[in-house]
Design a protein around this ligand. Structure first.
Ligand SMILES: [Zn+2]
Length: 96
C-alpha cells in the first residue's frame, strides 16, 4: 500500500483547504449613488470614495462636454440674434 513519504505540513494543508470555501465577492452599495460597488474601492459610477470626489468619471466628462456645447450654442445664438437685430435696423427691403 502506497504511503506518503512525509507528513503534510500545516501550510500545505491550509493552502489546500483555502480553496474549499470560496465565497462570493462581497458587494456593497455606493453611499452617494446607491450603485453596487466593491468594498474599499472607488465607485466607478460617480467617482466618490468615503463621501469625497476622487475620480472624474466618464459621465462627468460627458456632462462637461454637454455644458461646453450648450455654452457654445448659446453664444452662437446670441451672435445670430444680434446679427438679426442689426439687419432689422438697417433693412433696406422695407422701403420698396
Ligand atoms: Zn457612486
Amino acid at each position: 500500500m502506497p504511503v506518503p513519504k512525509r507528513k503534510t505540513s500545516k501550510r500545505r494543508r491550509d493552502q489546500r483547504q483555502s480553496t474549499k470555501f470560496i465565497r462570493p465577492q462581497a458587494i456593497t452599495s455606493c453611499k452617494q449613488c446607491n450603485e453596487p460597488t466593491l468594498p474599499h474601492q472607488v465607485c466607478t459610477e460617480c467617482g466618490y470614495y468615503k463621501g469625497r470626489k476622487v475620480l472624474t468619471t466618464k459621465n462627468d466628462r460627458g456632462l462637461q462636454r454637454d455644458q461646453i456645447r450648450a455654452a457654445a450654442a448659446q453664444k452662437a445664438a446670441a451672435k445670430n440674434s444680434q446679427d438679426h437685430s442689426h439687419n432689422d435696423g438697417h433693412d433696406h427691403s422695407a422701403h420698396e
